[in-house]
Design a protein around this ligand. Structure first.
Ligand SMILES: *Cc1c(COP(=O)(O)O)cnc(C)c1O
Length: 614
């Protein structure tokens, strides 16, 4: 395994390893283990979502600092402005923290639906920018007018000519009302790359073609609205792994901006480059997802726009970003308890060797007893060969289930020990690890908490939060607790995960999934009716000790069912009457069961305790 689970690649110094634990690299540097244990002592079971507001602050301030540094470096005249795109994380506790930590910046919000617009209108200080993207009906456009009248600094980005016509209509219905500022989203001919690239390019869902841009310009002019047109907008897609597509898009957008300006769009003064700034999720050097730094990104943006402004003799526009993933991803960490290990039955103590064993089983046992470093590779090959033969013999009825079980255990033991003895990182050994992988059953739902893993195979950094002073040697795959085989993070030979041997009956073992703060929460689905885990914000007091706030418990079972339109009362009555009317239950027992039932219904539906191994 890459040393320390690749923490130098993905953690950005937000977390550090101290002795045996991974710790928050802030104030008194508490370990995630200590935080987790404290929460569990307070009775919170199941998976836990930890939010770290100081990391939201870090990202916002880094974004502004880097862009302002680049502006100074290139003597750039336009301002830098930013909004947070709500679709990345609309959860109240996240947005509240975002507002608190961004007070010194004129940081705004971006909305893509009516509900998001209401969040923006209620959570953006007057003066800070609100941008409104996505498809809009008349009602949504009227809401934007309302926001403008309230004094909000709001920009409607038009995605199509129809929206512009609606704006004109709403304006004509009350010509005294304040008009929101207008932006035009352009349909780029260049597009992004990677699994999120669909937002750019000719076939993109969004934006105006060059012909439509000219028509929009004419429409605005005809209706005396050119004073409102101040922004050109594009967004090439999320998680840009390299910077070249952005440069291409910028040249295109910059020239469109300049031509519109020179044509007579006198109020134009901002280019909005959308989001797309990527987050490093990789845990191995060869799995890195980004080939640029934020500094480079900011330099390129500022430099390119400056160049275009110079060539086309226009003033340098304000630069706007709508980076979401970059701001939100690092603030949330999912902690999930391991419930069980699934291949521990392959242990020497489980062997049921007979007085007289079939010759191949006997030979396997001899190989196992004699195994040493010098012989490891040869014995390994022999063992694999014998296993094939033994399975054939079993199918033909020549050996029995006990023989087969013995053979499986012995082969497993031989592979495992040989890999340790050889440990030469060869392809052959990596492939074999697949065979002996340990399956960790983890108390979480991948559908609920890692939706992009399910939908797009996005990797999220994962590691144990304890035992980091011990070398982990089990090649591992992770199973979630849904009854769906897609809820598995398989062992990947190209980026293997190694975890520790743990005796879950006697000790706890937690895994942490990092960088889950962007998109995952709201995309998360209630497959099998597992809900958003218990969440809590972690802040630090004057002494630097951590404290909890904004704790929201996972929904309990009855609440989950209510969300699915079941009536709580009906469920309660039905269950109660089934117990009361059951002739097989004694009257004393009935009361006890009713009490138990009450507790179960009011707890969350994640698993409580270790499942008894069968
Ligand atoms: C989704 C979206 C963003 C945010 O993109 P990130 O990759 O998360 O930074 C910004 N702008 C628009 C228009 C979007 O649709």
């Amino acid at each position: 395994m890459e040393k320390h689970y690749g923490i130098n690649i993905w953690a950005d110094n937000n977390f550090i390893i101290k002795n045996n634990t991974i710790n928050v690299n802030h104030k008194r540097q508490p370990s995630l283990l200590k935080i987790t244990q404290t929460l569990r002592e307070q009775g919170h079971t199941g998976p836990l979502l930890l939010r770290f507001p100081h990391l939201i602050k870090k990202q916002i301030s880094t974004l502004y600092t880097e862009f302002n540094r680049a502006r100074e470096e290139f003597n750039y005249q336009g301002k830098f402005q930013a909004v947070f795109p709500l679709k990345v994380n609309q959860f109240s506790n996240f947005i509240q923290s975002l507002r608190e930590v961004s007070k010194t910046y004129n940081y705004g919000l971006e909305a893509g639906s009516k509900a998001e617009l209401i969040i923006a209108m209620t959570h953006t200080p007057l003066g800070a920018p609100i941008t409104v993207n996505g498809f809009k009906d008349k009602e949504m456009i009227s809401l934007c007018f309302m926001a403008a009248s309230m004094g909000h600094n709001i920009t409607i980005t038009i995605e199509g000519l129809g929206e512009l016509e609606t704006i004109i209509l709403v304006h004509q219905e009350d010509t005294n009302a304040l008009i929101p500022k207008i932006g035009m989203r352009i349909r780029l001919h260049s597009s992004g790359i990677g699994i999120w690239a669909k937002s750019g390019g000719y076939t993109s869902k969004f934006g105006l073609t060059s012909t439509e841009l000219l028509e929009a310009y004419d429409l605005l002019k005809k209706n005396d609205l050119l004073a409102q047109l101040w922004m050109v907008h594009f967004h090439i897609g999320s998680q840009m792994s390299e910077i070249n597509p952005l440069k291409k898009a910028l040249r295109e957008a910059g020239n469109i901006y300049a031509d519109l300006k020179n044509r007579g769009a006198y109020a134009l003064s901002a280019i909005n480059i959308g989001g797309g700034l990527a987050v490093e999720y990789g845990q191995y050097p060869h799995k890195k997802e980004i080939n640029y730094t934020l500094a480079e990104f900011a330099n390129d943006v500022v430099f390119l726009i400056k160049e275009i402004a110079k060539n086309k003799s226009i003033e340098e526009p304000d630069i706007f970003t709508e980076s979401g993933r970059f701001i939100a991803a690092s603030h949330a960490v999912l902690i999930a308890p391991v419930l069980e290990l699934f291949s521990q039955d392959y242990q020497e103590k489980s062997l049921r060797l007979k007085e007289i064993n079939p010759p191949l089983v006997k030979e396997l046992n001899d190989l196992w007893q004699d195994l040493n470093r010098a012989k490891a590779r040869e014995y390994l090959h022999d063992a694999l060969d014998h296993m094939e033969s033994l399975l054939t013999l079993f199918d033909l009825g020549y050996i029995d289930l006990e023989d087969r079980s013995n053979a499986e255990i012995l082969v497993h033991l031989i592979i495992k020990k040989s890999i340790l003895l050889l440990s030469d990182g060869s392809q052959e050994l990596l492939k074999l690890q697949n065979k002996i992988q340990e399956r960790y059953l983890v108390n979480f739902s991948a559908f609920q908490s890692l939706a992009d893993f399910w939908g797009l195979k996005q990797h999220f950094p994962v590691m144990p939060i304890d035992k980091l002073n011990i070398k982990a040697t089990n090649p591992s795959s992770l199973w979630d607790i849904t009854c769906d085989s897609d809820g598995e993070i398989p062992f990947d030979e190209t980026a293997p995960l190694y975890l520790h041997d743990v005796d879950i009956d006697n000790e706890e073992y937690f895994l942490a999934f990092f960088l889950t703060g962007a998109y995952q929460e709201v995309l998360g689905m209630k497959h099998n009716l597992f809900t958003h885990p218990t969440e809590v914000s972690i802040t630090f007091d004057k002494l630097g000790d951590f404290k909890f706030s904004n704790l929201v418990e996972a929904q309990n079972t009855l609440e989950v069912l209510e969300d699915m339109d079941y009536k709580k009362k009906y469920l309660n009555q039905k269950l109660t009457s089934q117990i009361e009317n059951a002739s097989l239950i004694s009257p004393n027992k009935k009361n006890e069961l009713l009490k138990q039932l009450h507790i179960y219904l009011n707890e969350n539906s994640y698993l409580k305790t270790v499942i008894a191994t069968g």
